[in-house]
Design a protein around this ligand. Structure first.
Ligand code: PEP
Ligand code: MG
Length: 567
């Protein structure tokens, strides 16, 4: 009987779901073949123009996806689309297709298809699954280019207008994932892909159960109308007609977290990182104890600079929604990989080492002043802290504090009500970390930005995938620096938190707890797992000391990981 059937795949996003199936049709190879045969005589010039236009449209779409994911899920996930944009501008991709159009007078579709197929074959031939799965990224960009060449819009997937559906796809690209109305997607079942495919990452982020790599018996499965899946165990089986349900892994986590909330509150604050007020439902869904990092720069990335009132409105929304928990507002961190076109900043040779974050604000006090005023005004709504990013020297901190004080004075004189603010800095530059004891005298708290601290300590561009293996937050030197900062903060009687990606890494929770870190702030969807890890943790004072010593005694990141896994 059909109910006995079970297809095994890889569970990549926790939870169970059952419901009616919607099959995503998106075979790009068929699309290109049809288009390619419809050309009889080829005008190379015309083809080059068509390709250029398609590239332009694709770039616009990718920027849209990038911004949407950034707003909903944060920078880490937006990078999927940033990488797609980079591929689009890679000379060996579109540039090579252009060269073939010129040399062989072939249609743009055919040229793009040839170049992409070669890249996909090359990537799939590499034994490392990471590279094999990057082939889907090439496929994704190719699909969008072909759709735009054909005058079709990728966003217009024919997803049903109503109801809840299980999405079944031969292949699921990040662009397709992002185009679907996630609130009506019960789950994903995908024939290809693995744990690190971007669609899997996105499914986890959105808390949608997913099973990928369901190869055997795919044809039979694809003909079913009702299906059930388990994203933990990685299986799919026929569902009962008429039964629709979904229980995400995160729901289960939240239930467990409920019992332990008291305990965790007394140990550590588990807060969320947000990019704008749209993230608030996720903070609540995953029970964030306030916001430990509000990346305000996303407000500045549009086509105009936000006015003081616009800023007050955005900040107040977050502060009011998080009260009585605290919202930590980080002042503008533009520069590096974050561009603000409205600022028309000069191009720099080394943007990550350039006029970024607080450096930019101190060079443009007129912009900084407006933001500081807005933060004071918004702080009247509820508990608020402010912190400055990319502090390298004591002088920068003192200048920033002076401007903060001046902004307050202005507002009071103008009759505005202002709130109370605790003032902190991000520790993300090694010089500041080393000098933490001195800086601690001037602030109420430190928040360690492990993303940049890792980048600057190891001299590894955090965006450069060719150096991904060297980007090691587990490096004993990085963890040693965190220990130094934490000790300096405790000595000075101020609190210290972690707000980089490491804050959401459950493997590091025992180390951070042993150091006396008071707050971990992370992507909202990481909260349940970290909360569970923390709840299970208990050690005596001498054990904490021993753990820290053992970790810092390691010679390599690999040794650190082995040690952490043994706890
Ligand atoms: C960090 O550097 O760790 C951090 C939290 O800031 P961002 O990732 O925004 O640079
Ligand atoms: Mg940073």
């Amino acid at each position: 009987m059909a109910q006995d059937k079970l297809w095994q795949g890889i569970g990549v996003s926790a939870g169970r779901a059952c419901g009616q199936v919607w099959v995503l049709q998106g075979d790009t190879s068929k699309l290109s073949a049809v288009e390619a045969t419809s050309f009889s005589s080829i005008d190379s010039e015309q083809e080059l123009i068509r390709l250029q236009q398609a590239v332009g449209l694709t770039e616009i779409n990718l920027t849209k996806y990038e911004q949407q994911v950034r707003a909903e899920q944060g920078e880490e996930f937006a990078r999927i689309f940033t990488a797609h944009k980079l591929l689009l501008s890679d000379p060996s991709f579109v540039g090579e297709a252009q060269a073939r159009i010129k040399a062989k007078a072939i249609p743009a579709e055919q040229a793009m298809q040839q170049v992409a197929t070669e890249a996909i074959t090359m990537l799939k031939g590499i034994a490392d699954p990471y590279f094999q799965e990057r082939a889907v990224d090439v496929q994704d960009v190719l699909a969008q280019l072909l759709q735009n060449l054909a005058g079709k819009d990728n966003a217009e997937l024919s997803f049903p207008a109503t109801g809840l559906w299980l999405v079944l796809a031969d292949e699921l690209t990040p662009a397709q994932t992002i185009s679907l109305p996630k609130e009506r997607v019960l789950g994903f079942i995908v024939r290809t892909g693995g744990k690190t495919s971007h669609a899997a990452i996105l499914a986890r982020t959105y808390g949608i159960p997913a099973v990928v790599g369901v190869k055997a018996g795919w044809e039979e499965l694809a003909n079913l109308q009702w299906v059930e899946l388990d994203g933990d165990e990685g299986w799919v089986r026929p569902g009962t007609v008429g039964i629709t349900s979904a229980a995400t892994g995160n729901d289960a986590d939240s239930a467990e977290a409920e019992d332990t909330l008291e305990l965790t509150t007394s140990q550590m604050i588990l807060a969320a990182n947000v990019g704008n007020p749209n993230d608030l439902p996720l903070v609540h869904k995953f029970k964030g104890q306030g916001v430990g990092l509000y990346r305000t720069e996303f407000l500045f990335m549009g086509d105009h600079l936000p006015s003081e009132n616009e800023q007050v409105e955005a900040y107040s929304k977050v502060i009011a929604a998080c009260a009585p928990y605290v919202t930590v507002i980080r002042t503008l961190d533009i520069g590096g990989d974050k561009k603000a076109p409205a600022l028309q900043l000069p191009v720099e040779q080394n943007p990550f080492l350039g006029v970024r974050a607080l450096r930019l604000c101190l060079q443009h006090p007129e912009i900084f002043r407006v933001q500081l005023r807005a933060i004071w005004r918004a702080a009247a709504v509820g508990p608020t802290d402010v912190m400055f990013p990319m502090v390298a020297t004591l002088e920068e901190l003192l200048k920033a504090k002076e401007l903060l004080g001046a902004a307050r004075m202005e507002l009071v004189n103008e009759g505005y009500s202002v709130g109370e603010l605790q003032v902190g800095i991000m520790i993300e530059i090694p010089a500041a970390a080393w000098n933490a004891a001195k800086l601690a005298k001037e602030v109420d708290f430190f928040s360690i930005g492990t993303n940049d601290l890792t980048q600057y300590m190891l001299a590894v561009d955090r965006e450069n995938s060719a150096l991904a293996e060297l980007y090691q937050t587990y490096h004993p030197a990085v963890l040693g620096m965190i220990a130094r900062v934490s000790a300096a903060a405790i000595q000075a009687g101020i609190w210290v938190g972690i707000c980089g990606e490491a804050g959401g890494d459950s493997l590091l929770v025992p180390f951070f707890a042993a150091l006396g870190i008071k707050e971990l702030s992370m992507a909202p969807s990481s909260l349940p797992k970290v909360r569970r890890t923390l709840a299970r943790l208990s050690f005596a004072a001498h054990e904490k000391q021993q753990l820290v010593e053992e970790i810092l005694d390691c010679a390599t990141a690999e040794e650190v990981v082995t040690k952490l896994k043994s706890i």
